[in-house]
Design a protein around this ligand. Structure first.
Ligand SMILES: Cc1cc2nc3c(=O)[nH]c(=O)nc-3n(C[C@H](O)[C@H](O)[C@H](O)COP(=O)(O)O)c2cc1C
Length: 171
């Protein structure tokens, strides 16, 4: 794993990478971390900074870790690790050790966060902003109905904006 410049992101089809390849959102330390699959998020420019944003439902165990840590990582494992992503997107770290169950091998970043040796690309970010979606702010109400009202226990996502501080690649 080596560090890369922010320009490396120019080589990515970010919408495809997040939406189709999926990513692991991980927060915590090598001793105590949790990770989950996410396919909603983005990369952009805000407050004159390169940022990423993710959307995490409060009931996810990962939410606790993101809340309690200053930084998080977004790891892209490539399409060859679909089984790992399926597992981490359907099981909770409250009930199992995801790394042990899947063979994910944690790697500490230089700031003490966690990514995985399987990751082809990792973004490491520092939390800048946390917000909550509100039912009354949905301009397209069908989205609220589709993604929240219809899902038992489906609470509205917490939005996190993180400053992209480091990029790591395995290539
Ligand atoms: C393809 C895929 C994408 C997902 N995207 C998100 C997401 O963007 N936000 C979210 O809160 N949950 C998302 N999930 C659900 C979590 O990954 C899932 O609930 C996971 O089991 C949570 O694990 P945890 O309790 O250990 O945090 C996704 C699941 C899958 C399979």
């Amino acid at each position: 794993m080596k560090k890369a410049d922010i320009a490396r992101l120019g080589k990515e089809d970010v919408i495809k990478a997040i939406g189709k390849e999926w990513m692991l959102v991980t927060a915590g330390t090598p001793d105590k971390f949790n990770t989950m699959t996410a396919s909603w998020g983005g990369v952009g420019y805000l407050w004159n900074k390169a940022v990423a944003f993710v959307f995490i439902r409060p009931e996810r165990y990962t939410h606790e870790f993101v809340e309690n840590n200053e930084r998080l990582t977004l790891a892209f494992l490539g399409n060859e690790n679909r089984e790992i992503l399926n597992f981490c997107g359907t099981k909770s770290g409250r009930d199992c050790n995801k790394a042990k169950e899947t063979g994910l091998s944690p790697v500490a970043t230089e700031t003490g966060n966690v990514t995985f040796s399987q990751a082809r690309l990792t973004l490491e970010g520092r939390k800048l902003y946390r917000g909550k979606f509100n039912a009354e702010d949905f301009l397209d109400k069908t989205l609220f109905e589709r993604w929240y009202n219809d899902q038992p226990g489906g609470t509205l996502h917490t939005v996190y904006v993180v400053e992209i501080e480091n990029i790591y690649v395995n290539d």
